[in-house]
Design a protein. Structure first.
Length: 456
């Protein structure tokens, strides 16, 4: 064989080999459409669940505020953050120097008014005595004039006329004296009544100030964790970023100082979309996994579903509704390793260390019943059983597409994907119960497939 023939044969062999490799790649490698992620249509009992993330909070929370109706008060002492308070424990004390000075001024004013009342009563009694003496003298004068008038028949006309005029003058002076005494007495009595009213008002204000002085201490109304309030900024954003209040801060009357969060009754607060809202009903069972106990599911129950659009708008989350899940505290106590007798004390708010009355709230000792319970503010996830449907067709939620308000799936049939309309009946975060021309075991695509026929 010549060299030329050899090279021609080799070239032809290489071309045939390249064609065979291309054909094999086209024949045996998976097509683009074959690489579309798919899932099988399921038929049978379907259990639907609603999943969400939420935050643990105390069912019973009291906000403690600065006492008084006006003015500002300075915090003198404050319970530390993270402390636990028994019922009656001190949370905050306020500077009483200004209040004490006000009480002293009010006391002086009350004593001054009391002295004025005593003086006015003494002057009124003296004036009445003098008035009675003057009235007695005037009545005697009238009586003498009346006796003189009875002798007029025996006297000359001029003298009888003088007696008659003297009687009229005496009676006029008596009437004038009686009227003047009555007016003066009414005026003095009115002034005395006014002084007594002012004294009573001053006494009431003094007692109120004294009660306010006693109220410059905030105590815990029930057992719970102490969460200090944040300071006040010039805007809501600044208030949210402001540090917690601390000793030395001056706060307006009515401003929040701290919250007392009772951990003996806990619930998880989360949010549901409008589409999920109809599936949630009060009384549905739930399972809760807290970040603090990720491997221990806790029993719960849906106790609240906010369906008021106004509440959703005011929360800053339009189109979302608050959902609350109450935890089964017996299950929580069991998970925390709290014995039954201590659990009963915890529920009654008595599981605290003995300490002196009027003591400040303090950080509980490690290992106490309260420290074993999850704290409000802990994050967690919830799983709510929303329904069970027997002998139903279901597909993954991600495989259902929507166009112009109509739902459909891409189902693989005869080597290609076709669009199949379906009706969505029920669903959760993962699966949707559907009705339509589907069969169990058929494959539906998670993404819109390319329009190319598969080879047989």
């Amino acid at each position: 064989m010549s060299a030329r023939t050899f090279f021609l044969s080799l070239e032809a062999a290489l071309v045939l080999a390249a064609l065979w490799v291309a054909w094999a790649a086209w024949r045996f490698l998976p097509s683009v459409e074959e690489r579309v992620p798919v899932a099988a249509v399921r038929q049978g009992a379907v259990t639907l669940e609603w999943l969400a993330q939420g935050e643990l909070r105390a069912v019973h929370t009291d906000v403690l505020r600065v006492p008084g109706a006006k003015g500002r008060l300075r915090i003198a002492r404050l319970a530390p953050a993270g402390s636990f308070a028994a019922a009656g424990d001190l949370i905050a004390e306020f500077d009483a120097s200004e209040a004490q000075a006000g009480i002293e001024e009010r006391q002086i004013e009350t004593e001054r008014l009391a002295a004025q009342i005593s003086k006015a009563r003494a002057e009124l009694a003296l004036d009445e005595s003098e008035d009675q003496a003057r009235l007695l003298h005037a009545r005697f004068a009238v009586r003498r004039a009346e006796l003189d008038v009875k002798r007029n028949e025996l006297l000359p006309p001029a003298e009888a006329l003088r007696n008659t005029r003297a009687l009229e003058d005496a009676r006029g002076r008596l009437d004038e004296l009686e009227s003047g005494n009555q007016n003066r007495r009414g005026r003095d009595v009115a002034e005395l009544v006014l002084l007594r009213s002012r004294a009573a008002e001053s006494q009431r204000e003094l007692e109120q100030d004294r009660r306010g002085l006693a109220g410059l201490k905030i105590v815990a109304p029930h057992a719970g964790w102490v969460a200090l309030a944040r300071g006040v900024g010039d805007s809501p954003a600044q208030s949210a970023a402001a540090p917690s209040v601390h000793a030395g801060d001056e706060l307006d009357a009515g401003a929040a100082v701290a919250e007392i969060r009772d951990p003996s009754r806990l619930e998880l607060s989360t949010w549901a979309n409008d589409s999920d809202d109809t599936r949630l009903q009060i009384g549905q069972t739930a399972k809760v996994w807290l970040d603090a106990w990720p491997d221990r599911p806790l029993r719960g129950e849906v106790t609240g579903v906010t369906r008021d659009a106004g509440d959703a708008q005011s929360s800053g989350l339009p189109g979302r509704h608050e959902v609350t899940i109450r935890l089964d505290m017996l299950d929580v106590f069991k998970a925390a390793g709290i014995p039954a007798d201590q659990a009963a004390a915890v529920e009654a708010g008595r599981a605290t260390e003995a300490r002196a009355a009027s003591a400040f709230a303090q950080v509980p000792a490690p290992g106490s019943a309260w420290t074993r319970l999850p704290r409000p503010g802990t994050l967690g996830r919830v799983e709510v059983l929303t329904g069970t449907y027997s002998d139903s067709l279901s597909v993954p939620r991600a495989s259902v597409f929507n166009s112009a308000g109509a739902s459909f799936v891409w189902v693989r049939r005869s080597g290609r994907f076709v669009r199949q309309p379906v009706a969505t009946l029920h669903g959760d975060n993962a699966w949707i119960v559907v009705a339509g021309n589907l069969r169990a075991g058929e494959q539906v695509a998670f993404t819109t497939p390319p329009r190319r026929r598969l080879l047989p």
